[in-house]
Design a protein around this ligand. Structure first.
Ligand code: SF4
Ligand code: FE
Length: 508
C-alpha cells in the first residue's frame, strides 16, 4: 500500500499546515518556488481553498457529511452522493463559497471526479470482472480518514486536435502509460490549466476524451500524490497577478482570495497498482468524461455565488456615486440578478433531477447540467458588462494606491475621486478595484474565462445538448397534435426515446 502521511485535517489551520514542507518542483515566472504557502502570488489561492475548510467549521450542516466509510465527519467535497439531496447540497455549498471568496475555490474538480469514478469503476468491473471499484473504495476511505483535498487532472494538452492520442507526432501530448511493472505503472504527458492542483494533496489522473482501441495506453485512471517524484508544475499567469507583489491592499481588488491554475507535467511518474482505477479499458473513457462533465457543469453554480459579489459591488458603487435611485440603475441590477439566478436555477435543477446509477451513487441530469454550463459561458460576461456600466470609466483609469498614499498628491485624489460626501474616497476606490478584479483582473480568470472554457468550452455543451435533445420524441409530440398519423416502426423508436422524459418527470 502507498505510504500515507497526512494526519486528518480538521480545520482551515490544519489545512494550511498540511501544505508546508512539501517538495514540489514548481516554477512561477521562470523561478523555482520552494514554499507555496509564503508566495504572495500563490497565497490568495491557498486562502480560497482554506475557505472550504473554514466553512466546514462554521456551517457543518452545509459543508460536511458523515462518511459512510469511516463514520466520521468529513468535507462534503469528499462525499459520494447517495441521494438527489446530496447533489443539491453540493450546489448550495458552492454558491456560498463563491459568495465568501469571490473566486474559484478549486475543490469541485476532485469532488466531481470521485463521484464519476465511483459509478464508472463499478461498471468497468461489471463488464470486465476487474476489481477497480473495491480499490477505489479503499482509496476513498483513506481520503476520508485524511479529510484532504483531491484534485482532478483531466485536460490533456491535445496537440493536433484532429488526431487521436496514438496518432500524435509526439506520443506525450496525451498522458499515457510508458511502462508497466509488477507494482504499478509509469505515466508521462501533460495536463493543462489544472485548477488548484498545487493546493491539493492528491490528483486523480483521468483521460480527457473518448478513446479508441489503439489508445489503450492512454486509458489510465489513477491517483498520485501531488508531490510525487517525476511531476513538474508550471504556474499559470493571471491578469494583474503581480499586483500581489506590490505593497498595500487596494489595487489587488481582492487581497484575500484568488484562483489557481498550473500546467502539470508527468515524466515517468509512478502510480501503484492499488491506486489504478482504469488501465486499458478505453471503451469506458467516454462514459467517465460524460459523467464527470455532467457533475462538473452543474458545479458551475459556483459562479452564481461570485455573481452575487459582482452584483453587490455594482449596487454599492452606484450608491457611492449617488445614482442608486435612478430607474435604469435599478433595472440593470434586476437584469444582472435575473441572469445570475438563471445560472443557479439550471444547475440546481440538474441536481434535483438526480438519479441513482447502478453503483447507487447519484448522478445529476446531464441536459440541465449542460444547459447550466452553457449559460455560464455567456451570462457572467453580460453581468460583468453591466457591473462596469454601473461602475463608470473610473474602474479602468483610477490612480494607484501609492498615489492615494502620497504626501502631496494623495489629498488631490481624496478630493477629486470623491463620490457622495458621506463616503470616504478610499472606500469608493476599494469597491471600484473589486469590480476591476472580478471583471478585468485576477478573478476575471475565474469569473469569465474559466466560465467560458472550464468543464468544456461552449461547443462541448452544444454537442451534449444536441445528443440529448430528443428531436424524434419532440417531432412525435408535434405530429400527434397536428393530426398526422405516425408510421408504426417510427412510433416504436420514439416511444423508447421518450424514456428520457419519463425519468425527468419522475419525482427525485
Ligand atoms: Fe469549483 Fe467553480 Fe472553481 Fe470549478 S470553477 S473548481 S466548479 S469553484
Ligand atoms: Fe474549473
Amino acid at each position: 500500500m502507498t505510504n500515507l502521511t497526512i494526519a486528518k485535517i480538521n480545520s482551515a489551520q490544519d489545512y494550511l499546515d498540511s501544505l508546508r514542507g512539501r517538495k514540489l518542483k514548481l516554477y512561477l515566472m521562470g523561478e523555482p518556488v520552494d514554499d507555496i504557502t509564503t508566495h504572495p502570488i500563490i497565497l490568495p489561492s491557498i486562502n480560497a481553498m482554506a475557505a472550504t475548510y473554514r466553512l466546514a467549521e462554521e456551517a457543518p450542516e452545509l459543508a460536511t457529511v458523515v462518511s459512510p466509510l469511516t463514520g466520521e465527519r468529513i468535507s462534503r467535497f469528499l462525499h459520494v452522493c447517495q441521494s438527489a439531496d446530496d447533489l443539491v447540497m453540493q450546489n448550495k455549498m458552492q454558491r456560498r463559497l463563491g459568495q465568501l471568496t469571490g473566486t474559484c475555490f478549486q475543490r469541485c474538480v476532485g469532488m466531481d471526479a470521485i463521484n464519476a469514478l465511483y459509478s464508472v469503476s463499478y461498471e468497468i468491473d461489471e463488464a470486465y470482472q476487474t476489481s477497480y471499484h473495491q480499490r477505489f473504495l479503499a482509496f476513498l476511505k483513506e481520503m476520508h480518514l485524511q479529510n484532504c483535498v483531491i484534485g482532478g487532472a483531466m485536460t490533456d494538452v491535445k496537440g493536433d486536435r484532429s488526431l487521436a492520442p496514438h496518432e500524435q507526432a509526439d506520443p506525450d501530448l496525451f498522458v499515457r502509460i510508458t511502462r508497466r511493472t509488477a507494482e504499478g505503472v509509469y505515466i508521462s504527458g501533460a495536463k493543462a490549466h489544472q485548477t488548484g492542483c498545487l493546493n491539493a494533496h492528491y490528483m486523480l489522473v483521468m483521460p480527457t476524451m473518448r478513446l479508441g482501441e489503439h489508445d489503450r495506453d492512454y486509458a489510465i485512471i489513477g491517483a498520485i500524490p501531488v508531490d510525487a517524484e517525476g511531476i513538474t508544475y508550471i504556474y499559470g499567469r493571471q491578469s494583474c497577478d503581480t499586483r500581489s507583489l506590490e505593497p498595500g491592499s487596494i489595487d489587488v481588488g481582492n487581497a484575500q482570495y484568488g484562483g489557481q491554475e498550473a500546467m502539470v507535467i508527468f515524466d515517468n511518474a509512478f502510480i501503484p497498482n492499488e491506486w489504478i482505477f482504469m488501465d486499458g479499458e478505453y471503451d469506458f473513457a467516454a462514459l467517465l468524461v460524460d459523467r464527470f462533465t455532467a457533475y462538473h457543469r452543474r458545479s458551475y453554480v459556483c459562479k452564481s455565488g461570485v455573481g452575487d459579489v459582482v452584483i453587490g459591488a455594482a449596487a454599492a458603487v452606484a450608491e457611492m456615486n449617488g445614482v442608486e435611485k435612478a430607474s435604469h440603475i435599478k433595472d440593470k441590477l434586476v437584469e444582472m440578478t435575473h441572469l445570475n439566478e438563471t445560472v443557479y436555477a439550471t444547475g440546481i435543477a440538474a441536481s434535483y433531477q438526480g438519479y441513482a446509477t447502478k453503483s447507487g451513487c447519484f448522478l445529476c441530469d446531464s441536459m440541465l447540467a449542460n444547459t447550466c454550463k452553457h449559460h455560464v459561458t455567456k451570462m457572467p460576461y453580460e453581468i460583468s458588462r453591466l457591473a462596469q456600466d454601473l461602475a463608470g470609466g473610473m474602474v479602468a483609469t483610477m490612480p494607484s494606491e501609492q498615489d492615494l498614499n502620497h504626501p502631496e498628491i494623495g489629498q488631490l485624489i481624496r478630493k477629486y475621486l470623491k463620490g457622495k460626501a458621506s463616503v470616504p474616497t478610499e472606500d469608493r476606490m476599494r469597491m471600484l478595484r473589486l469590480i476591476e478584479n472580478l471583471t478585468l483582473g485576477r478573478n476575471a480568470v475565474g469569473y469569465l474565462t474559466e466560465s467560458l472554457h472550464g468543464a468544456g468550452s461552449p461547443q462541448a455543451q452544444r454537442v451534449q445538448i444536441a445528443r440529448l435533445m430528443q428531436l424524434e420524441y419532440k417531432k412525435r409530440l408535434a405530429t400527434v397534435l397536428a393530426g398526422i398519423e405516425l408510421p408504426a416502426d417510427k412510433a416504436a423508436v420514439v416511444e423508447e426515446l421518450g424514456s428520457y422524459f419519463e425519468r425527468v418527470f419522475k419525482p427525485a
